[in-house]
Design a protein around this ligand. Structure first.
Ligand SMILES: CCCCCCCC/C=C\CCCCCCCC(=O)SCCNC(=O)CCNC(=O)[C@H](O)C(C)(C)COP(=O)(O)OP(=O)(O)OC[C@H]1O[C@@H](n2cnc3c(N)ncnc32)[C@H](O)[C@@H]1OP(=O)(O)O
Length: 165
């Protein structure tokens, strides 16, 4: 737990990320490279936004050939979590809304992009959009993140729990 929080503190202090942003932690469902169930999301900073080119696979199926809506929401929520590197403070999702405009197909690349719409004190209002390679919007999301202290994460009990294969 301490090492995870240490990594985060370092990440927050470093505002000049070139290349991919670091995962939230190794086992994060959205972006952790060591989570076998995870989406392994890789995210880049683009000025005031974060971007990912993402492909859903069979592990995320809902209707045949189509990504499960919950999987899509997971990825968008996690993408929002990368805005925290730009903001420099930890925050958690208080409210998440997803608009599913078209089916998100498995094995198909999508461009996902998120940014901060506005901040009111500890409230961060964020927005995201997913487009297909032709530029058509397939999904959009908005969320309210609340800035929290690092002690918020202590009640999870740390990083000792292994991820079941
Ligand atoms: C293994 C170890 C890991 C360690 C990691 C270390 C550092 C890592 C750092 C960062 C990781 C980021 C990773 C990103 C991953 C993706 C993000 C997630 O999945 S996050 C998980 C899901 N979210 C939760 O579990 C939150 C659960 N909720 C809470 O804990 C509380 O509700 C909390 C702290 C968020 C806020 O609690 P309150 O009691 O302080 O505040 P209240 O009353 O609930 O609401 C705050 C304000 O929001 C307004 N509000 C609520 N809903 C609203 C809405 N829909 N629109 C507008 N305002 C709304 C309310 O009216 C209130 O406003 P008024 O303060 O009174 O002005």
């Amino acid at each position: 737990m301490d090492s995870v929080i240490g990594d985060w503190s370092e990440g927050f202090a470093r505002q000049d990320h070139a290349g991919p942003l670091p995962p939230h932690h190794a086992r994060c469902l959205g972006c952790g490279p060591e989570n076998p169930h995870g989406h392994h999301l890789q995210v880049w900073r683009e000025r005031d936004a974060v971007r990912a080119r993402h492909v859903f696979d069979e592990r995320h199926v809902g209707a045949p050939g189509i990504a499960h809506g919950g999987a899509v929401a997971t990825v968008l929520d996690d993408l929002f979590g990368f805005l925290l590197y730009l903001i420099g403070e930890p925050a958690v999702t208080r409210h998440l809304e997803v608009g599913y405009r078209s089916p998100v197909l498995l094995g198909t690349p999508y461009l996902l992009e998120a940014g901060v719409q506005r901040r009111e004190g500890r409230k961060l209002f964020v927005r995201a959009q997913g487009t297909d390679e032709g530029g058509a919007a397939v999904v959009e999301a908005s969320a309210l993140f609340l800035v929290v202290g690092l002690e918020h994460f202590a009640r999870g009990g740390g990083d000792a729990a292994p991820v079941a294969p």
